[in-house]
Design a protein around this ligand. Structure first.
Ligand SMILES: [Zn+2]
Ligand SMILES: [Zn+2]
Length: 139
């Protein structure tokens, strides 16, 4: 299944390729301070891929600096969260960017702050999909 989306200012467009339907995915809402200040619900499965097309990204990191938060430079919307794992950019996409976001299953609350760094990396390796298009504009 192919789903499309964009940020509010349309600087960034994305195509999400999923082996399942959006209805089967639950967006994850993180309860940490960073995500409380930058609310987003994110989705990922290990077999998804997300192609971003656009330009101008700012990268932020939160407390433990393990993950990169990619924001559009125009409208500041969160595009994705991710990091390099074994040479590949892996991550989760902001569900609110999708045209069909209302098809998603009910959101679930996550508490990654309770995990150690190693536990987080292990979890991300099992949960995150493949991101492309963001690294080109990394500064
Ligand atoms: Zn968080
Ligand atoms: Zn934008």
């Amino acid at each position: 299944m192919l789903y499309k989306g964009s940020c509010i200012c349309k600087r960034w467009h994305l195509e999400l390729r999923l082996a399942m339907r959006l209805e089967e995915l639950n967006p994850r809402v993180c309860d940490c301070n960073y995500c409380g200040a930058n609310p987003a619900s994110i989705i990922s499965t290990p077999n998804m891929s997300v192609d971003f097309v656009g330009s101008g990204v700012s990268i932020e990191q939160n407390g433990d600096r393990l993950a990169n938060f990619y924001h559009c430079k125009g409208c500041k919307a969160l595009l994705a969260v991710g990091r390099d794992i074994n040479g590949q950019l892996r991550g989760a996409v902001n569900a609110n960017l999708l045209q069909d976001m209302n098809k998603l299953g009910p959101p679930i609350q996550i508490q990654p702050r309770l995990l150690s760094a190693n536990e987080k990396l292990e979890r991300w390796n099992q949960l995150w999909g493949l991101l492309s298009g963001l690294e080109k504009t990394r500064q």
